[in-house]
Design a protein around this ligand. Sequence first.
Ligand code: SER
Length: 901
Amino acid sequence: MSFKPQYRSGAEIRQTFLDFYAARGHQIVPSASLIPEDPTVLLTIAGMLPFKPIFLGQRPAPFPRATSSQKCIRTNDIENVGRTARHHTFFEMLGNFSFGDYFKDKAIAWAWELSTEVFGLPPERLVVSVFREDDEAFAIWRDQIGIPAHRIQRMDEADNFWVSGPTGPCGPCSEIYYDFHPERGDDTIDLEDDTRFIEFYNLVFMQYNRDVEGHLTPLQAQNIDTGMGLERMAQILQQVPNNYETDLILPIIKTAAAIAGLDYAQCDAKTQVSLKVIGDHVRAIVHLIADGVTASNLGRGYVLRRLIRRVVRHGRLIGIDREFTADVAATAIALAEAVYPNTRERQAVIQAELQREEARFLETLERGEKLLTDMIARATPKTGQQPGQIAGKDAFILYDTYGFPLELTQEIAEEQGLTVDVAGFEAAMEEQRRRSQEAHETIDLTVQGSLDQLAEHIHATVFRGYTDLTTQSVVEAVLVNGKQVPAAPAGSQVQIVLRETPFYAESGGQIGDRGYLLAADMPSPLTPLSPDEGSSELRVRITDVQKESDFFIHYGEVEAGTLRVGDRVTAQIDVACRRRAQANHTATHLLQAALKKIVDPAISQAGSLVAFDRLRFDFNCPRPLTLEELEQVEAQVNAWIAAATPATVAVMPIAEAKAKGAIAMFGEKYGDQVRVVDYPGVSMELCGGTHVANTAEIGLFKIIAETGIASGVRRIEAVAGQAALDYLTVRDRIVRELGDRFKAKPEELPDRIASLQSELKSAQKQLEQLKAELAIAKSDSLVTQAETVGSFHLLVTQLDGVDAEALKTAAERLQQKLGPQAAVVLGSVLAPDKVSLVAAFGPEVQAKGMQAGKFIGAIAKLCGGGGGGRPNLAQAGGRDASQLPAALRSAQEELQAALRG
Ligand code: SER
């Protein structure tokens, strides 16, 4: 029953599916973003998700039938990726949908026609499943399609009742499986056996809505939602052993393998797993960043960070010891761009984000890995013992201090046949939480989910900081170790959510404000204080502010008093810091404008950092900038600063902003209303950051460096405002010190240093010469060391540090002094890979048939070199200094033998 399907590329399968349903009245709908509109799920997990409001009757259907190829991400099976033949994080789901239009019979008939007649799968290789109670579907398969009853499997709710999440539209489903091994016979059909069957098409008969309690209410209409795994169909039609080896993923795997210097087909199973993980995850990463996700410790950002970290780790496992993810991403982008052009448009952003995350993680890894190696060695069982385990508190140290997610530690442990004591890890976490309520422990807000809890009872933070530097506010929540607490005493490291805040939270590259929270309700001085009450004075130092969904998380330390939920506080930012950030931020906008004007209008932003002491601007540009361009760019920015242009900041509909020519900023997702920061005639950008009211406030702008950070991405580091003055002050001090040291005015320094350098060079030369002369002088004394062999004088010795010329002179002199019966051989080590040899033979020695040229050439060979010359005097060189003593020994023995006779 051998069957060879017609090969189809992934692109052909996608197009064939869409065309098939378009020809049957379905509207082709492009893939929606991976970031769903639906707030109940983190990511787009199925083709039906964009249509959920239609199924629920919340939105009218714009057309009765639709078909799509939807990009999806599921991370619940992340551990299986690469280990099984068909688990993915990222995959594409082909689907056909009916919104109250056709139902079971048509859905089944078309799915069958497409599978057997279009994709050409033989009916005898297909098995179907239906929901246990769905007699209607059973009957359609048996009576209308003609499938023998024993090849229609009834399955229970766990397998054949599909729900889009904990709640939402759902219904019984029917699946089509492909049989790789029909020869195993119909008696043993077990659809769970994934060495034999692969489910490739799921038809959901969507007719209920499930609520939180699990109750089903019929939907207004009977709908169809289907999903065909593109990668699975590709595996079947391309006849490859797993999804990863299809044309959709294999090129990515090959790129990674090439970087590691490996040939995928020749790799052992473990290495292939790592390569498959890289192949799978890099697709997910590319699409996540293309859709606007940036790495962070929460939600989607955490999914992205975890994927990147797993790729980096697997890269190291297969021996890649350099940054590589951006290069692998380039292949994934090349594969995706035809269908998902935003991957190419955002290539620079994707690669810059990867480069940043990878560098950051590699640092952490290096520190943590050493520690983990020790832990593994401690935990590895001796022969005859039970399997070993990494102690929970060790895993916690890795998590707490080195940022190793628990699952990463588990994964590494597993590779060594170890487990991690998860209960112990949690106990250590709990212990830490308890202690830090009493004392001073630090941990990042890395606990996912705590914000979901917050969202249930508090409102989004209101940002007042565009206009106010101080705000009266109320403490909405206090977190210690990522968990909510009612109060935090002095010494606690806390994260705080305020009702309103003047603090800017890190975003759009600008870092968060610094400052203080103080008690707003300090008792009036008229009310006498008891000593105890005096301690109610509150002071919290805020060291960072991060935005997590709608909340501004203020990171800080309670320096005095006790911080309580519900406290009224005065929130005040550090104004000097804010001014510095503003100067750097506006300077970044001016820098972008100047680059477009002077270097290339096509330059666009790939990333940025606006800190208090510096700024960084990453942009797409295929080549380094010239020094001249950099000087012009800097001069242009300073000219704009001097022109004292006032800012106009306005909120307007995005269409209007775009029509005005405002440029969009990296990594931001824009709503309908956008904030436009405009320095008329100079720069207009969509930006949520804080800026100077007038360019003159920046004062000064200075470029510090221009470098390449990924292929086609350049980075300019610069300083503006106070930071520029600080930078120049330090430079000035250095120049002054140099001036003192070299006794020169600053403008004389380059010449002064150049002349010192040339003096140094000639002094060095002189020194070399003197050394040689000294060696020659010393060599005269070597005469006494000559050995007498019969009537001959033989001198073979080593004189290090003497260059070839001096060595020759010395040999010649020694031979003359010793007379016509003398043979002199000298060797000198000039560097570990540089040896000089010379032989001087008197006429009597030559008369014995010895030729200096031939002789020294043979000796030089022993030191990895060669040479030769005249019979009386010859020179040679070698490359291996370590062999010189042995070579000289053999010269001596040979000469002794030759002259004795
Ligand atoms: N929603 C179903 C699935 O994801 C069919 O498209 O399997």
